[in-house]
Design a protein around this ligand. Structure first.
Ligand SMILES: NC(=O)C1=CN([C@@H]2O[C@H](COP(=O)(O)OP(=O)(O)OC[C@H]3O[C@@H](n4cnc5c(N)ncnc54)[C@H](OP(=O)(O)O)[C@@H]3O)[C@@H](O)[C@H]2O)C=CC1
Ligand SMILES: O=C(O)CCC(=O)C(=O)O
Ligand SMILES: [Mg+2]
Length: 421
């Protein structure tokens, strides 16, 4: 009998017709949006393949539900199940206060080494937006997921640990730059060459596979020279070394400017673009946040570190209608492990009200289906999303910004999507 486990062979997934896929319901509004999302995903698969394919969902416990049942926030058994079945989907998880776990979401990414957080951002017709031309936003964010200040190496002000680190920095490293050493907390920002290279590699490969024009490395390297600055330098080096004439980088551009002037460099870049090469460029994080508002068409694939990526994700989501419609995937392209999840959190004030927008988790499911190669089912979801929002049937978050819309509940939005498939 055919196994119903997804497996990976040399980076290529082997997907049976009835794959077991573990899911984590999530905390807060998680159960509402998971109930809606799983129904929509199942309906799309059923319709696309006439019952020949079907996902066999397997619940695993993480978060509040797990703590209530097992006394553990993140049981080993749940991690093992994801390791075994490779691909999972999750609702948002509350970050427990105390208990030694900083964030369950971050812990899952770190423990499974899911180094890429892929967050595609595009506009769906009719979705209300604070900008004039939201349709010009069509970007895929590649956020490094395992390093940076986000890794949680921090020492609280006043503790022996903080004092020890401050003493080391001042007395052994000779730094006089800690302004208030007696009352400082300390955070450490590790950014590695390996971590940068695997992230930038996945972003450039994605740009090639998806016929995108450019990859922008976003960093604050002018200030944080040996972390964010090195990210940029390693990113360009990798682009040259591994992608050769498939890319044209701003390093090459600068070299041509130096030797032959700006006109020649512009001509070389135009020719590279015409030949279908990926333009690898960079942008400093602060001006980047302005450019995504003023010139969004200039950026397509964005590769950046963890914290920048966190900020950019929510900012870009707002531009195309908000966090209620922002999907994501945490992926290790080498081991094949992946967890699909919404960009937003548990939205606790709406928990249990069947109210919030399930689109972010539904579109995370759509990403999952594409990841499995089930493009027909994925297409049904995006088409239905366009049709449903186009007919102005929406949840509260869009309804409050749209004239003449019909507000439906979370479950009602799922019903409507299924009807419109
Ligand atoms: N990956 C994950 O699981 C993440 C978990 N978290 C965790 O979630 C918890 C709550 O975090 P918080 O800062 O409140 O951020 P949230 O993202 O949970 O919510 C902030 C606001 O965003 C809007 N929003 C969120 N989800 C939806 C949705 N599905 N539909 C419509 N609007 C939505 C709501 O806005 P409005 O009030 O305007 O209606 C909500 O009040 C924390 O414990 C945090 O650590 C946070 C981020 C990611
Ligand atoms: O885990 C958390 O609480 C925050 C995670 C987050 O903001 C994100 O993944 O975008
Ligand atoms: Mg975030």
């Amino acid at each position: 009998m055919m196994s119903n486990k997804i497996t990976v062979n040399n980076g290529a997934l082997n997907v049976p017709d009835n794959p077991v896929i573990p899911y984590i319901e999530g905390d807060g509004t998680g159960p509402d949006i998971w109930a809606a999302a799983s129904r929509v995903i199942d309906a799309a698969v059923e319709k696309a393949y006439d019952g020949k394919k079907k996902i066999d969902w397997k619940e695993i416990l993480v978060g509040g539900k797990s703590y209530d049942k097992t006394g553990e926030w993140l049981p080993d058994e749940s991690l093992e199940t994801i390791r075994e079945y490779l691909i999972a989907i999750k609702g948002p998880l509350t970050t427990p206060i105390g208990g030694g776990i900083r964030s369950l979401n971050v812990a899952l990414r770190q423990k499974l080494d899911l180094y890429t957080c892929l967050r595609p951002v595009r506009h769906y017709t009719g979705v209300p937006s604070p900008v004039k031309r939201p349709e010009e936003v069509d970007m895929a964010i590649f956020r490094e997921n395992t390093e940076d200040i986000y890794a949680g190496i921090e020492f609280q002000e006043g503790t022996d640990e903080a004092k020890k680190v401050i003493d080391f920095i001042q007395n052994e490293m000779g730094s006089e730059n800690i302004r208030f050493p007696e009352t400082s907390g300390i955070g450490i920002k590790p950014i590695s060459k390996e971590g940068t290279e695997r992230l930038v590699r996945s972003a450039i490969q994605y740009a090639i596979n998806e016929n995108r024009k450019s990859v922008t490395l976003v960093h604050k390297g002018n200030i944080m020279k040996f972390t964010e600055g090195s990210f940029k330098a390693w990113g360009y080096d990798l682009a040259h070394r591994e992608f050769g004439d498939k890319v044209f980088t701003w390093h090459q551009y600068d070299e041509i400017v130096e030797k032959e002037g700006k006109e020649a460099a512009n001509k070389a870049q135009d020719e590279a673009e015409a030949a279908g090469k990926i333009i690898v460029k960079d942008s400093i994080a602060d001006i980047f946040l302005q450019q995504i508002l003023t010139r969004p068409k200039e950026h397509e694939v964005v590769a950046t570190m963890n914290l920048n990526g966190d900020y950019i994700s929510d900012a870009l989501a707002a531009q195309v209608g908000g966090i209620g419609i922002a999907p994501g995937a945490n992926i290790n392209y080498d081991t094949g492990h992946a967890i699909f999840e919404a960009t937003h959190g548990t939205a606790p004030k709406y928990a249990g009200q069947d109210k919030v927008n399930p689109s972010s988790l539904i579109l995370s499911g759509e990403l999952l289906l594409r990841h499995l190669g089930w493009h027909e089912a994925a297409e049904l979801i995006t088409q239905s999303m366009d049709a449903t929002i186009g007919s102005k049937v929406v949840t509260y978050d869009f309804a409050r910004l749209m004239d003449n819309s019909q507000e439906v509940k979370c479950s009602g939005f799922a019903d409507e999507l299924i009807k419109n498939m």
